[in-house]
Design a protein around this ligand. Structure first.
Ligand code: 5GP
Ligand code: MN
Length: 370
């Protein structure tokens, strides 16, 4: 099976030819790296090292502990914590890969140096609207994850160099970016790729365990607090919001990654198809949005917060006080009522009076967008 579009097959041939001799190669991903960002970065790192390249991985900042077991995690350079080393690597790079992001601003404080970096750029990403001019652009918003797309590239490049280590990193990215193969972004091809990765002998249940069954007691208690005391549900808009300020984070000994996945929780409530999570940071509020069905959180995040992402998963930043942001969000919801709860169920049809679903006395209900 060919995972790549024909244009990407041609592009891979050119890239392969251009990287046929050892080069200084930098691999980067977005700020607040997730499983897909780290999985793709480290998979590519192992692959390039096997080819004899001088490869390095730089993250803009910290990433969750549940990803710190990935093979060669110790080699990752953290721009925020190791700035001089990271700057030197950016300065001397001949090639730079941008993985799992499509705008330089997504690399936070590292973006200025990356902007000035003279290296040849290669973008491999699955977000909508790529806006990072690169010589090689592998962008496909139809794939589940950057790792799925990268597997196609690596297979085309040199399938013999894919091994259990590379497969473990790629599988981690696909698993985390698809909510363990549950999101709408999952296609038959996603399962085919997962099946191919299994053939390299990866330990699926160990990967799952390391990522999802590795949380601290603090995180579990924080989750309980969020659900019990912080979740605001707006049934009339099929929406829910959770916010967490710095004081609350301190109370629960918050560390990076502790709120990972919280934004998804309200979507388990029947009838909720739009969920927002606001996390206060020192200098801004990080917003995460998730939806089910056709409500585009990408459009929502882009329009109101200059953010973006995908149809059903997006994010953005704001630099206003938390209470103002929450109030603003509440005030936006009525404008989206039709998008969130789009159609009315047709009026009762007397010709179908045996319809077991609704009797003539029942109020017409409205269908939610999920
Ligand atoms: P998360 O909520 O997990 O941080 O992000 C969900 C999705 O939206 C990810 O694919 C992420 O790359 C994207 N995303 C998150 N924050 C931003 C942002 O501030 N700007 C843009 N353009 N995309 C974002
Ligand atoms: Mn991704």
């Amino acid at each position: 099976m060919n995972i790549l579009k024909s244009e990407h097959i041609r592009l891979t041939h050119r890239l392969k030819a251009e990287l046929s001799a050892p080069r200084r190669i930098l691999i980067t991903t977005h700020q607040g790296p997730d499983g897909d960002g780290m999985g793709s970065s480290l998979a590519l790192y192992h692959f390039l090292k096997k080819q004899g390249h001088d490869a390095s991985v730089i993250t803009p900042n910290d990433y969750p502990e549940f990803l710190q077991w990935l093979p060669a995690n110790a080699d990752v350079v953290n721009y925020m914590r190791q700035k001089p080393l990271a700057e030197a690597l950016i300065e001397k790079a001949e090639y730079v890969f941008h993985l799992d992001y499509n705008h330089l601003k997504r690399s936070a404080d590292m973006s200025r140096s990356l902007y000035h970096c003279k290296a040849v750029r290669i973008l491999i990403d699955h977000h909508l609207s790529p806006g990072l001019p690169s010589k090689y652009v592998f962008s496909n918003s139809e794939v589940s994850s950057t790792c799925e797309l990268l597997f196609g590239v690596l297979k085309q490049w040199n399938a013999k160099l894919i091994d259990r280590t590379v497969a473990t990193c790629l599988y981690t990215g696909i698993m985390t970016d698809t909510g363990s193969f549950s999101y709408r972004s999952v296609a038959p091809q996603t399962f085919s790729v997962a099946a191919e990765l299994m053939n390299y002998g990866i330990d699926r249940s160990e990967i799952y365990d390391r990522v999802y069954d590795n949380y601290s007691e603090n995180r579990m208690r924080l989750m309980g607090y969020c659900l019990n005391e912080k979740m605001e549900v707006f049934p009339q808009y099929a929406t829910a919001l959770i916010s967490l300020n710095l004081g609350e984070q301190q109370r629960f000994g918050f560390v990076v990654g502790d709120s990972e996945g919280f934004v998804n929780l309200p979507l388990s409530i029947k009838g909720i198809c739009f969920s927002a999570f606001f996390l206060e940071k020192e200098d801004k509020i990080k917003m995460s949005f998730r939806s089910k069905g056709n409500f585009s959180v990408n459009d929502f995040a882009k329009k109101h917060y200059g953010g973006g992402g995908h149809l059903n998963a997006a994010g953005g930043d704001a630099k206003i006080p938390m209470n103002d942001l929450i109030q603003q969000f509440r005030e936006l919801l009525p404008f989206y009522e039709n998008a969130l709860i789009p159609e009315s169920v047709p009026d009762f049809d007397p010709d179908r009076s045996n319809d077991p679903v609704r009797s003539p006395n029942e109020q017409p209900d409205r269908l939610r967008n999920c």
